[in-house]
Design a binder for this molecule. Structure first.
Ligand code: ATP
Length: 218
């Protein structure tokens, strides 16, 4: 079964309970949007799925196989919240390092094609973020975790990023979190809200108001 599946996630930092009994799954073809207030535990959840944080408890399966560190399976790629690739690396080298099957497609992307010899840190902040996201999206991983991919991106570039993600929905599953919730609502096939350490299915913007993520308008 092609599915990333995690349930019973329980994690605390010291005395602070962040996630209790969270469930999340993602099948190929799905774009699961994860929303939640600042500090609700969205990044923690993605780090747990990738294997960067060991939670107090969880039950995690990739394609039916129980695992603790999905990065070891090679089936999961993860874009963390901030820049994660050293600024001095050249874009051409990064394309070779991160991509294989989809490399020729990535090399057709203008931003990549025109900057192959450029160091990542010489790009603008938004373009640097976009290149990092593209390297993860065009990697061979079946499941892609994106933490705040839209932050720093101007609206047109955010649209470009959404197009890249949409291109892969036949063969990959995405879990995306961001505070640009309209971008998330637009691109996602399913929305999950993390609130008070638990997950809630969201069907429309009213659910986001009811669950305290969006303000009530008088
Ligand atoms: N390494 C850590 N040590 C202690 N507390 C932490 C650590 N990392 C995160 N936290 C706390 O855990 C809670 C959840 O953090 P997390 O970054 O997962 O939330 P988030 O929903 O991604 O927030 P944001 O939307 O602001 O990025 C926060 O209260 C945060 O302060």
């Amino acid at each position: 079964m092609d599915e990333l599946y995690i349930d019973s996630v329980n994690h605390h930092y010291g005395d602070r309970q962040v996630l209790s009994s969270v469930f999340l799954n993602c099948k190929i073809g799905e774009i699961v949007g994860v929303l939640g207030r600042n500090g609700s535990g969205k990044s923690t959840l993605l780090k747990i799925i990738f294997g960067e944080i060991k939670p107090h408890f969880m039950h995690l399966k990739v394609d039916g196989e129980l695992t603790f560190k999905t990065y070891l399976t090679g089936k999961v790629a993860y874009l963390p919240q901030g820049y994660f690739i050293p600024h001095y690396l050249r874009i051409g080298d990064l394309v070779n390092l991160y991509t294989q099957t989809y490399q020729s497609q990535l090399l057709e992307v203008e931003l990549i094609k025109l900057n192959l010899n450029e160091m990542l840190g010489n790009l603008s902040g938004g373009n640097r973020r976009l290149v990092e996201a593209l390297l993860i999206i065009y990697s061979d991983a079946k499941y892609v975790l994106l933490d705040e991919p839209f932050s720093q991106l101007a609206p047109l570039i955010a649209d470009e990023l959404k197009n890249h993600i949409s291109k892969f929905t036949d063969g990959k599953g995405f879990i995306i979190t961001d505070h640009y919730y309209r971008q998330i609502l637009e691109i996602s096939t399913r929305i999950v809200l993390i609130n008070n350490g638990c997950n809630y299915a969201i069907n429309n913007e009213d659910d986001l108001i009811l669950n305290g993520y969006l303000p009530h308008l008088e």
